[in-house]
Structure formats: structure tokens, C-alpha cells
Design a binder for this molecule. Structure first.
Ligand code: EPU
Length: 416
């Protein structure tokens, strides 16, 4: 199993190019199940979750060719309708095939995901939404079996916004008869990117990016060409890396408008920022000021940046509090950071971080994708040698992060 070794204490300098967003690519690949024909996807990140999702589509009968960051996916011959446990347990996003399979083929059998390292993560809102559209669901042997004749438009009100839940409803409703309204919808840019892709296929969707989305069902959709938006979490991770190593880093090919709350928080810790049309430059100005952060659905501070920001705040000049409101158990990185000399006390859903002047390198273990990123950042800023094991988590969502960091001057390498 690979691990990553970092000799910390080097200031990062230079430019880094941001790839496509994993969490936009996955639902857009799922949405191709709604069409028959060949679709070209551009700016697709080469990360493990995308490869796994490709395998799932191939198992359903799709044909996939890849050429660098482009994927050509042909969904003319879908003849299986099951997402097996073996795949769903490695990647919860596999649940995204449920809505489109049901809408297009009237049947689907998808393994229930179960809990994961960051929380219980139930899928009840997805199931209630599909039932409201007229699906008949049976839960047996850990699978949900779904059947529908023609889905029918309905009003679906989510108790709290759910990103993949909103995406599953969009994909189910786009071929339903009549109008569907999703209330309290997730407003994430990845939801908007999916809605744009569906619109390009012929779907009729109004309000994506707001809490109220209206979808007027159409009878069929056409294969097309789609661009995946830049990954705002990858961009944010490199900005935090620049800020916490005392460096000067520009992230290119990003969408600064998707980074609003993070940029506010970087200003809050005292970092200098320059923002262009599709780039952001962060210039560190000494030791970070402490900061209180509350994670929240978009446009709030993203839970997917919480571990990285915690790593930064471990060295701030004072006491910070992070309140994690999206996932109940997303602090597995805290204990690992403490092994590097950080002072983090967990109090329910709050993490109280007392800044220390320096971290020291240590062997640490990654527990999930974003926790891995947080530990790498801590290693970059620490004195001495850090090894991060279980980096397969990292490979799910970051494309060659160690290569990009090394190009910024980091002393980092992957070892088998
Ligand atoms: N929730 C329910 N029932 C549901 C659905 C959600 O109770 O049926 C709860 C969740 O347990 C959670 C909250 O609602 O407390 C929000 O979860 P959400 O459904 O929005 O999360 P998700 O769709 O499963 C996506 C991303 C995550 C990201 C979250 C929050 C994808 C493929 N995954 O997950 O990304 O953290 O939204 O922004 O889009 C990552 O990339 O590392 C990652 C975990």
C-alpha cells in the first residue's frame, strides 16, 4: 500500500492548475443513463472515484473510451440495472444511478450504502423523494429494488438540503410526466453543473443553484457534450497549503465565485488574496489569526474543507472553534493532528483548537478523503518528516496531489 512522505517546513511558491470537480463529474456520468447515444465529457478529473463510477456504468452495459481528461461514454446498450454492494460500499455516490435508471428504464436495484467514516449518511430523503414521484420501493437483503411505470411530477421538500439527494431527484424528475418542484434543494455548484448538463440534453429545469428547483418533465433526452466545472475543493486545498506554509501560491483555472466563504475565511486569518476571473493568489503574511468556522451547505463553509482548515488553525495565534453541522463524525483527523503536536479538543460537534507555534512531523494515518488532505497540509507545515499512510483515500478525489505540490516546491514523494 502506498504512503506519502513529506519533509516539512518548505514555503510553497508558484502556480497550480485545478482539474475538474469529482463531485460534478459523478452525477453527470450517472445522468448519461437518461440518454441513448454517445456523450463527450471534458475536464474530467482522473481520480479513483471517477474510474470506479466508469466501471459501474460499464457493468450496466455502457461503453467508455478515455483520452486524457476527456471521456466518451456510449449508453446505447444499457441492459443491466443493478449497482452491487461491492461497488456501492467502496463509493456511496454509486447511489446516483438509482434516479436515472428508474426514470429511463422503470427499474433499478441498488445496494444501500450504509454508514462511512464521516457519519451515518442515510439515504432516506432520496427514497422518500422517489416515492413521491410514484416509484414503488422494496428494501430487501441490503438492497433497494425500485420500480415505476411513468414517474409523475410532485413537490418534494427536503428536511435538510442534500447534494446527491437533489441530484437523484433532478435525474428522476427530468423524464417524469408533469412538473416537479424540489424545495430546500442543495445549491452547490455541482448541482448547477448537473442541471446545465441535463438542460443541454433537452431537460427543462429552472432555479438550479437556489433552494427551489422546478423541473418540467420531457419525453426523451439527447446525448451531448459537457464540461465539468473546476474542483472548488481542490482549489481550496491548494490555497490553504499556500497560506499555511508561509508561501505565495496561485491556483489557476478555478472559479473564484465558488470559493466565496473560503476566501472570506482566508482573509479572516490574515492571508493576502488577489482574485482574478479564473484564478486566486494567496500570499501568506505570517502566523494565522485564529478564527471560528461553522460548516454549512453551500454557500456556507464547505464541510469538505473542514479538515484542511483545521490543519491550518492548529498553528494559529490563539483559540479557534470549528462547528461541524453537516456530518456528525467528521473529526477523525483531529487525533492524528494531535500526534503532530496540535491541541484539538472535541466537544460534541465542536472542535476547539488551541494554536501552537509549530507542529512536528510524525507517522499519521488517513481515514477519509478530506482528512488525508488535511494531514498532508499539516505535514507540509510541520518540522521534520511526516508519513501519511492509507493514501488510497486521497486518490479517490485528488489527481496527483503530490506531483502538484512538488511542482510548488514541496519536499513530498509517494512511496510503495
Ligand atoms: N442526509 C440524510 N438523509 C438523506 C441524505 C442526506 O439524513 O437521505 C443528511 C446527511 O447524513 C448529512 C446531510 O444530510 O448530514 C447532508 O448530506 P448530503 O446528502 O448533502 O451529502 P452527500 O450528497 O452524501 C455530498 C458530497 C460529499 C460532501 C457532501 C456535503 C458527492 C458525491 N458527495 O455528499 O463529498 O461532503 O455532499 O457537501 O457529491 C467528498 O467529496 O469528500 C465528500 C464527502
Amino acid at each position: 500500500m502506498d504512503y506519502i512522505e513529506i519533509e516539512g517546513g518548505v514555503q510553497l511558491h508558484g502556480h497550480v492548475r485545478i482539474g475538474g470537480a469529482k463531485n460534478a463529474a459523478l452525477p453527470i456520468i450517472a445522468s448519461l443513463l437518461l440518454t441513448t447515444g454517445e456523450t463527450r465529457l471534458c475536464n474530467v478529473p482522473r481520480v479513483r472515484d471517477v474510474f470506479t463510477f466508469g466501471q459501474l456504468l460499464q457493468a450496466l452495459g455502457a461503453n467508455i473510451r478515455s483520452d486524457g481528461s476527456e471521456l466518451v461514454i456510449d449508453t446505447s446498450r444499457i441492459d443491466r440495472f443493478e449497482a452491487p454492494y461491492e461497488l456501492v460500499k467502496t463509493m456511496r455516490a454509486s447511489f446516483l444511478v438509482l434516479g436515472p435508471l428508474l426514470a429511463r428504464y422503470g427499474k433499478a436495484r441498488v445496494s444501500l450504502p450504509g454508514g462511512c467514516a464521516i457519519g451515518a449518511r442515510p439515504v432516506n430523503f432520496h427514497l422518500q423523494g422517489l416515492e413521491a414521484l410514484g416509484a414503488h420501493l422494496e428494501l430487501t437483503q441490503g438492497y433497494v429494488s425500485a420500480y415505476a411505470g411513468q414517474l409523475r411530477g410532485a413537490t418534494i421538500t427536503f428536511p435538510t438540503p442534500t447534494v446527491t439527494g437533489t441530484e437523484n431527484m433532478l435525474m428522476a424528475a427530468v423524464l417524469a410526466k408533469g412538473t416537479t418542484v424540489i424545495e430546500n434543494a442543495a445549491c452547490e455548484p455541482e448541482v448547477v453543473n448537473l442541471a446545465e448538463a441535463l438542460a443541454r440534453m433537452g431537460g427543462r429545469i429552472i432555479g438550479a443553484g437556489s433552494p427551489r428547483i422546478a423541473i418540467e418533465g420531457v419525453s426523451d433526452l439527447e446525448a451531448s457534450v459537457h464540461d465539468i466545472i473546476p474542483d472548488r475543493i481542490e482549489a481550496g486545498t491548494f490555497l490553504v497549503a499556500g497560506a499555511m506554509t508561509g508561501g505565495d501560491v496561485t491556483v489557476d483555472r478555478c472559479r473564484p465565485q465558488h470559493l466565496g466563504t473560503l476566501l472570506d475565511h482566508l482573509r479572516g486569518i490574515g492571508a493576502g488574496l488577489e482574485v482574478g476571473a479564473d484564478w486566486v493568489r494567496v500570499i501568506s503574511v505570517g502566523r494565522a489569526q485564529p478564527l471560528d468556522i461553522v460548516t454549512a451547505p453551500y454557500p456556507g463553509f464547505p464541510t469538505d474543507m473542514q479538515a484542511q482548515m483545521m490543519a491550518l488553525l492548529t498553528r494559529a495565534d490563539g483559540r479557534s472553534v470549528i462547528s461541524e453541522t453537516v456530518f456528525e463524525n467528521r473529526y477523525m483527523h483531529a487525533a492524528e493532528l494531535c500526534r503532530m503536536g496540535a491541541k484539538v479538543d472535541l466537544e460534541g460537534s465542536d472542535a476547539v483548537i488551541t494554536g501552537v507555534p509549530r507542529l512536528h512531523g510524525a507517522p499519521v494515518m488517513a481515514t477519509d478523503l478530506r482528512a488525508s488532505a488535511g494531514l498532508i497540509l499539516a505535514g507540509l507545515a510541520a518540522e521534520g518528516l511526516t508519513t501519511v499512510s492509507r493514501v488510497y483515500h486521497l486518490d479517490r478525489g485528488y489527481e496527483q496531489i503530490e506531483v502538484k505540490l512538488a511542482a510548488l516546491g514541496a519536499k513530498i514523494r509517494r512511496l510503495p
